[in-house]
Write a protein that binds this ligand. Structure first.
Ligand SMILES: [Zn+2]
Length: 110
């Protein structure tokens, strides 16, 4: 049986008692090409493939799956996948990039 833990607070996520949320982040160089943008719409077909992969992932170790996913992308593309507990999901949604409020004003203190 697979054991998940929250990547933010490190709390173990019990699949029976807790809701596990998956965060996927892809970082890649933007290509300014409208034709490409249309055919590479992330909402098209991707979701179904992810579900299949999710099923397969239950049979494999997380590490194996991550390696496979990495192979799907070209160089310079970075894909991250995190498991979050319910509490951390709420926190993440409020501030996905972890920007600290107020920090921007620091430089004006001089
Ligand atoms: Zn958490």
């Amino acid at each position: 049986m697979l054991h998940y833990s929250c990547d933010l607070c490190k709390r173990p996520i019990d699949p029976h008692a807790d809701v596990r949320h998956v965060v996927k982040i892809e970082v890649f160089e933007a290509v300014e090409d409208e034709g490409d943008a249309l055919c590479c719409n992330p909402e098209t077909g991707r979701e179904e493939a992810d579900h299949l992969e999710e099923m397969q992932g239950l049979l494999e170790s997380i590490d194996d799956r991550d390696l496979e996913r990495e192979g799907m992308f070209g160089e310079g593309t970075h894909a991250f996948r995190y498991d979050l507990c319910d509490a951390c999901r709420s926190r993440f949604l409020k501030n996905p990039l972890g920007v600290k409020p107020g920090k921007k004003l620091d430089f004006s203190q001089n």
